[in-house]
Design a protein. Structure first.
Length: 119
């Protein structure tokens, strides 16, 4: 089975390292970005198969990344502590991974984003 390339956008180094390990355990190849600019460059150079986006990135948010992924038909989820109604259109229907989350929640979300490809 081909390993899924998953863009992980999170500006918290410890969370990013933890989730990166979980993604590897799920058979994915994580592509880590800590800012909107890094994420957009990653999408341009090596478009991922799926993505997990932290909504809040310091003073920025990940909506420009979500727009770029949507334009390329790449499935993604937002990782956030926010309520779903706080996500503005056009991304208000995006799947949410409620922070704090664990390996089991990540596995279930990855199964949803990459059907039939995550054990």
């Amino acid at each position: 089975m081909m390993r899924r390339r998953v863009l992980l956008v999170d500006d918290e180094p410890l969370i990013a390292m933890l989730v990166e390990g979980w993604l590897r355990d799920l058979g994915c190849d994580p592509i880590l970005a800590r800012s909107v600019e890094q994420a957009l460059r990653a999408i341009e150079s090596d478009c991922p198969d799926a993505a997990i986006l932290d909504v809040s990135l310091g003073a920025d948010n990940s909506y420009p990344v979500a727009d770029a992924l949507t334009a390329r038909n790449v499935p993604f989820a937002f990782a956030t502590g926010w309520e779903s109604q706080s996500i503005p259109p056009p991304h208000d229907g995006t799947p949410l991974l409620a922070k704090p989350y664990g390996m089991d929640a990540l596995r279930e979300m990855m199964k949803r984003l990459c059907p039939g490809q995550i054990a």
